[in-house]
Design a protein around this ligand. Structure first.
Ligand SMILES: Nc1nc2c(ncn2[C@@H]2O[C@H](COP(=O)(O)OP(=O)(O)OP(=O)(O)O)[C@@H](O)[C@H]2O)c(=O)[nH]1
Ligand SMILES: [Mg+2]
Length: 222
């Protein structure tokens, strides 16, 4: 029994080491090409695509943007992005996987002409656990926590908060409906990652979008 546990752990460690190596290679490759790669992670339905539409419509004046939409199935998000922003997008199907590895991103990039891009955005599979474990090769991890999910999520899903430099608290227009303590939530986030920048936004009511756009521009232009 002990041996079995040990071998399972070794396999996972090797997988993650291999992935980290591939992710570093990919990041260096994109840096050399002058492409800033943003990985967006969050729960299903937390408002990723809706927020991305708002962010892209602000950023597209200054940058050439491409979007990779990762889902287990369906192509509604890639379709929404292209229809609502006019930027190019590609849908990645993960064959049932709940996250993307750096190799999967590399494969997708081979099928998506990124030569003229300044910014590449990945909407990762909706999940608060697996995507956080796998470095995608992104320069920036941005995660979203929506008000209806509850302020306690940083206590339950530590890793995704630890690896994300930007945390957007989304759907703040719903604060009057849900019991969500923003101050406490921010404290919990800072417990996981004291350097995390936290933004409060509503994509539907267009609140807080400009501040988040400014934060992204600062990083892209660095
Ligand atoms: N009230 C409110 N609803 C929002 C906001 N942003 C998104 N929604 C709603 O939340 C639902 C899910 O939004 P999506 O943008 O599709 O969420 P997602 O995270 O991309 O979803 P998946 O890709 O399926 O994981 C939709 O009904 C949106 O209209 C917001 O700021 N306020
Ligand atoms: Mg989506």
């Amino acid at each position: 029994m002990e041996n079995k546990d040990y071998s399972v752990i070794t396999v996972k460690e090797n997988l993650l080491i291999e992935n980290d190596k591939k992710a570093d290679e990919l990041r260096n490759y994109l840096t050399k090409k002058g492409i800033y790669f943003i990985n967006v992670m969050a729960s299903p339905g937390s408002g990723k695509t809706t927020l991305l539409v708002e962010l892209i419509n602000s950023l597209k004046k200054d940058y050439n943007i491409g979007v990779m939409e990762a889902d287990i199935d369906g192509d509604v998000d890639a379709d929404r992005i292209t229809k609502l922003t006019g930027v190019r997008s590609i849908q990645i199907h993960t064959s049932g996987a709940c996250h993307l590895t750096a190799s999967m991103v590399e494969d997708a990039i081979k099928q998506f002409d990124i030569s003229n891009l300044d910014v590449l955005i990945l909407e990762n599979v909706g999940n608060l656990v697996c995507p956080a474990e796998f470095d995608t090769g992104a320069h920036l991890n941005m995660m979203l926590l929506s008000v209806p999910e509850g302020h306690d999520k940083p206590l339950k899903y530590p890793l995704i908060f630890q690896v994300s430099s930007i945390v957007a608290i989304t759907k703040i227009d719903t604060l009057p409906i849900f019991k969500f303590d923003t101050k406490l939530c921010k404290e919990y986030i800072k417990r996981r990652n004291k350097d995390a920048e936290i933004y409060e936004v509503s994509a539907v009511k267009k609140i807080g979008i400009d501040k988040l756009v400014t934060a992204l521009k600062r990083r892209i232009d660095r």
